[in-house]
Design a binder for this molecule. Sequence first.
Ligand code: CMC
Length: 392
Amino acid sequence: AGVFTHDPGFTSTSSCESAITFIDGDKGELLHRGYPIDQLAEKSHYLEVCYLLLYGELPTAAELEHFETTITRHTMIHEQMHNFFRGFRRDAHPMATMVGVVGAMSAFYHDSTDITDERQREIASHRLIAKMPTIAAMAYKYSIGQPFVYPRNDLDYASNFLRMCFAVPAEEYVVDPVLSRAMDRIFTLHADHEQNASTSTVRLASSSGANPFACIAAGIACLWGPAHGGANQACLEMLKEIGTVDRIPEYIARAKDKNDPFRLMGFGHRVYKNFDPRAKVMKQSADEVLDLLGVENNPLLQVAKELERIALQDDYFAEKKLFPNVDFYSGIILEAMGFPTSMFTPIFAVSRTVGWISQWKEQLADPAMKIGRPRQLYMGATLRDYVEIEDR
Ligand code: CMC
């Protein structure tokens, strides 16, 4: 008792036992329930991966159909929740809106907040996975002053999301299958990533017995930061700021300068000390989408490709084992699809919801679960007597 290790940033602390996701950072390997991410991105699709993460096995055809029907049934949000969106300023960041709206779900869905009831936990997970795209799309529509578009349950998860973001009542909207596939891949590649900052936040919030909607709202808040989910927005803004290939060396030099806080966004990872396996698939997707949209000569992509090439040849990045991560290419795809940068992190939040939920469920089922309560290394004043205000 009283003896503990000091580990800022938890670089060498395991917080739980988990059977969901495995990462070998040196090899650049990511497995969900044992299946490699590149196989899942290639052969599977987002809702099937959701099932795998939640229940541990790939579904049979009947199980998948049942799961998809269940999720589809929950895609609408309570009509009264529309008022929440209208309470925000139009220029609010969609992540700010989502933290509020998702947290407020516990005020609406009382029949799924009792965490001791397995059925309620199940309903809460389905509701969150189903409603997150609707909430993210509504936050976007509200920010651009367009009417909300209700979900359509005959569409797959990714196509439905694209339609809710880009359709307007005055016109027919047809989702291009290449864009739908690329959207699905972005969801799939971000679905889970073991004990990252937002997942650990969800687990810590849940360790007190908080309800699932409150826990996921906490995860969204944590994801927002530029060192985590906010990196995709920050990366695209950086590529735009660099603008042309000839300015790359200046930014590489800044990233290497110890006295300059600038970092190459979309580079480096706490766990991967090799290529992020998700970045490889994302790069291929970026090529497909830009090809389809006829923007393969997109200046941002040229800057991104050249930046990657130069950085990978640079000793600084080699020594520190800094490689492109998943967010290096996702922003280019989303921008080409027509999303503003402020929607990049909300899209990450939609994708990661299943990871948060799977980890939350696993934690609640763990008999060893206790409240998360780190200690500290106290560095403040030692014991001293109170000083009256007139004597200070
Ligand atoms: N550009 C330049 N230098 C870097 C970078 C970078 N992107 N990333 C790390 N370094 C340097 C850093 O300055 C440090 O140098 P030194 O040892 O001389 O002090 C060394 O590499 C180790 O960095 P660290 O900050 O101690 O490593 P960390 O594990 O705490 O940070 C990270 C990981 C992802 C926060 C960091 O690499 C970073 O800030 N990257 C840019 C932001 C980014 O792309 N984030 C997305 C991560 S993937 C998606 C997600 O998980 O949400």
